[in-house]
Design a protein around this ligand. Structure first.
Ligand code: 4NP
Length: 146
């Protein structure tokens, strides 16, 4: 799960997908395309909205997306198109390109991107939670099939 800062959207996406999947079989992680907040915990507004829905993301630590992630992960979900193109710019071959998807491609919604809530209010974090939750429901349904 990748966004820009790895403190608002992708920590939520990591926590939400983890809450719906079996950690023995599915490894979920998150990262940011930018390195502004490396080592920091998620934004308090993300921590609060996750907590409201019973998910604890407070222990996560921000890291920057890096080239090794193409080898480590089968699917790389970008929150918005800017993150998507920043990740694609790091690819070296078709197999890496094929791993990169927009998270909201998983659901039929009128929006393609999870909006950046950083400069807005708490409403934005609710909206972001709802969008990510819908996508993670679809992913989990598929991954959890026997
Ligand atoms: P995120 O939100 O990409 O969802 O983690 C942001 C966090 C920090 C900044 C921008 C977006 N920033 O400019 O520091």
């Amino acid at each position: 799960m990748v966004c820009l800062g790895n403190i608002c959207r992708s920590p939520l996406a990591e926590g939400i997908l983890k809450s719906k999947t079996d950690s023995q079989h599915i490894f979920v992680d998150s990262a940011g395309t930018a390195g502004y907040h490396i080592g920091n915990n998620p934004d308090q507004r993300s921590v609060a909205v996750a907590k409201k829905y019973g998910i604890d993301i407070s222990g996560q630590r921000c890291r920057k997306f890096n080239y090794d992630d193409f080898a480590q992960f089968d699917i790389i979900y970008a929150m918005d198109l800017s993150n998507y193109y920043d990740i694609l710019a790091l690819t070296n071959d078709r197999s890496e390109i094929a791993k990169v998807k927009l998270l909201l491609e998983e659901v039929a919604l009128p929006v393609r991107e999870v909006p950046d809530p950083y400069y807005g209010g708490t409403d934005g974090f609710e909206q972001v939670f709802e969008l990510i939750n819908q996508a993670c429901d679809a992913i989990a349904k598929r991954l959890n099939l026997p």
